[in-house]
Design a protein around this ligand. Sequence first.
Ligand code: ADP
Ligand code: MG
Length: 315
Amino acid sequence: MGENAIEIEGLRKTYAASGSQPPKEALKGIDLNIPAGSIFGLLGPNGAGKSTLINILAGLVRKSSGKVRIWGFDQDVNPRQSRGAIGVMPQELNIDPFFTPRAALEVQAGLYGVPKSQRITDRILKAIGLEDKAEAYARNLSGGMRRRLLLGKALVHRPQVLVLDEPTAGVDIELRQMLWTNIRRLNEEQGTTIILTTHYLEEAQEMCGEIAIINHGEVIARDSTAALIGRMDAKTLVVHPETPVDPLPQMPVGVDVARRRDGALAFTYRRGEISTGAVIEAVRNAGIVMRDVATQEPDLEDVFVALTSNRKGAA
Ligand code: ADP
Ligand code: MG
């Protein structure tokens, strides 16, 4: 198997033209390896191609060209094994309203050829907190319950790789917490590799050890979360002056200063070019008495904005 759960080479997808819609090149040659055992984030703006990529992994969308190996199985050579190694919680809520959660899980297990004796339906119902709704019709479940059921369906064949497409979009905080607890536990206790897309960057920063950023069908960055954030060279020193400062002080080249609404002064500079000590010194030399001072580190949001806007902020 090697140490990658997923290996993708030169993956392309062009959706055919339909009606007045021209063909759409959604993936333009993706190369991406995802290490086994990781919690891996796939980030990118709307329309970037994240769902297309995930749906190709899941076998729901047919690729135009390229290679995909899941748990060492080439999708084209060993379709059954590669499909069996992955479970997908899709972005849309496609649940049969006439099935109960128990029936939905049983049918799904049947689809994956899991023998009756090896099914873990009750364990899954418990894990997703739907034990007491096991016999309720899906049309009577709340949105949050349906989403949990989707997670349960992705787990019936105990896949080594679990893929979650926007699992927490439009979900309340309590359910979000529950989903993350479940997902972390799967990763820690069973060693399940987790791949997720989310547009909550804070969530990705907290959950994912490694991240790929996709934009316009291409991977534009792929690194550990810490290294991605470390790439942002900018740092901000926030100073609350003892008395209001007006006009803004003159600062050395490379230090930008802005006034915040609360009267604080924000000095932004590049760590590689000037030290925090030197910035503080310059503030003192400008005659500003500091009542309070703090530094702010860039976060994943800053990295994301820098990379996906056309500015060259980060590299
Ligand atoms: P994301 O999940 O990152 O928002 P998608 O993979 O859903 O992006 O979409 C990538 C691009 O492909 C978008 O421009 C989208 O409009 C287009 N697209 C997605 N699905 C289809 C489809 N079934 N037919 C045609 N175009 C599609
Ligand atoms: Mg999507």
